[in-house]
Design a protein around this ligand. Structure first.
Ligand code: SF4
Length: 386
């Protein structure tokens, strides 16, 4: 294999905050794969990759990284991966995803590595620890290694096993908590209970790992929204994770939940209802020091971010400001946010020209298609990101 055809395997997704991380695939797809709201691995079978395959991928990634660094030295940049070096590598390696991704990783210089796919703690603990040690030895420039895992798998691991994995080089685990309500978890076929979520989060923290819990506003639907908000806060209060990440529900056609939606067995809450749900959720978080992150494009109010407890009032104030807007202004904001013209509520004031254009657009759609047509239009804008 020539240097320009060096290749290692990568999976389909990573968390939004791992966009500039080195991505290495330790397992393929999801061993559970039944959650109704999740389209990601549907139709694909879970498989473990052998330790030999993963070792080979780590070494290949290193060879590619060395090649990029050599290019930098040859071009007179002393090992720095700047625009010129990245451009030269991308041009030469335009057909090879692996080379592109390593060059981008060195360019952004995050020092982060994310292990794909959905549940790497399913690997035998000793094997995972050995692979992590190899990764750390091979890439001394890596400063943080993270992975996804299922709570259901974590509770099958002893704290000492998790500690061994931590010491070998894993820093953070992203868990799809989604909800702390057993009724919601059951309906969505998450395959885990609220008690297991608590146990998993606490065990990871006891082992010295950072925990990042994904919460899905909207997942209770119209029927269970309050229970979803209150119980999710209750579970998080018992874990006190390092991060709580909000990722609001959308239902793409590929997700099994879409059929339930079409059959009327699940009702999607409106944007305004989800905002109210998040208000109730925030008000029930207590006694914890987690950082709330809103780094997902599906979230309407991305400024609901901050450290608990000190930023809770500010986050609630964002919600109050949104809820205090006249109906038409909330609609203008939703169209602007979903269409990419606005990022935060303040943009409504800051960019009056855009707001005026959106008001006219909303009026046109309403005249042509009525109020329902306007809602359809907003939905189409959001769903473009699915
Ligand atoms: S466990 Fe995670 S990846 Fe697997 S189906 Fe559920 S949400 Fe999707």
């Amino acid at each position: 294999m020539t240097r320009d055809t060096l290749h290692f395997e990568q999976g389909p997704i990573r968390p939004p905050n791992e966009a500039a991380s080195l991505l290495l695939r330790f397992t393929r797809n999801c061993p559970w794969n039944r959650c109704l709201f999740c389209p990601v691995y549907k139709g694909r079978r879970f498989s473990r990759r052998s330790a030999a395959e993963i070792r080979e991928d780590i070494r290949t990634a290193r060879r590619i990284a060395d090649e990029v660094l050599e290019t930098s030295w040859r071009m007179g940049y002393g090992g720095a991966v700047n625009d010129a070096v990245a451009g030269a590598v991308l041009q030469r390696a335009s057909r090879h995803v692996s080379a592109r991704s390593v060059a981008a990783w060195l360019y952004y210089g995050t020092g982060s590595c994310f292990l794909q796919d959905a549940d790497n703690l399913i690997l035998p603990p000793e094997e995972l620890a050995e692979l992590l040690s190899l990764l750390r030895e091979t890439f001394p420039e890596i400063r943080r290694v993270t992975t996804y895992a299922r709570s259901r798998t974590v509770v099958t691991r002893r704290t000492e096993e998790l500690r061994r994995i931590r010491e070998a080089g894993l820093d953070r685990v992203h868990l799809g908590l989604e909800s702390g309500s057993d009724a919601v978890l059951r309906f969505m076929q998450k395959g885990v209970s609220a008690a297991q979520h608590v146990e998993a989060g606490r065990r990871l923290i006891a082992a010295g790992l950072e925990v990042s819990e994904y919460v899905m506003p909207g997942l209770g639907g119209r029927a269970l929204w309050r229970e979803h908000a209150v119980e999710t806060a209750r579970v998080l209060n018992r874990i006190n994770p390092h991060f709580i990440r909000l990722r609001s529900l959308r239902v793409p056609r590929r997700a099994p939940l879409h059929a339930k939606l079409a059959a009327g067995e699940f009702e999607l809450p409106s944007d305004d209802e989800v905002v109210e749900e998040i208000r109730v959720f925030l008000e029930h978080l207590e006694g914890i020091t987690s950082t709330i992150v809103s780094d997902h494009i599906m979230n309407l109010l991305e400024e609901i971010e901050g450290k608990l407890p000190e930023d809770r009032e500010r986050m609630l104030a964002v919600i109050r400001d949104y809820q205090a807007l006249p109906d038409e202004e909330r609609l203008v904001f939703r169209v602007g946010r979903r269409g990419g013209a606005f990022r935060t509520l303040q943009d409504l004031e800051r960019d009056r020209a855009a707001a005026a254009k959106i008001r006219r657009l909303v009026e046109e759609v309403r005249t042509r298609e009525g109020a329902e047509g306007v809602e359809r239009f907003v939905t189409e804008l959001v769903d473009q990101y699915l």
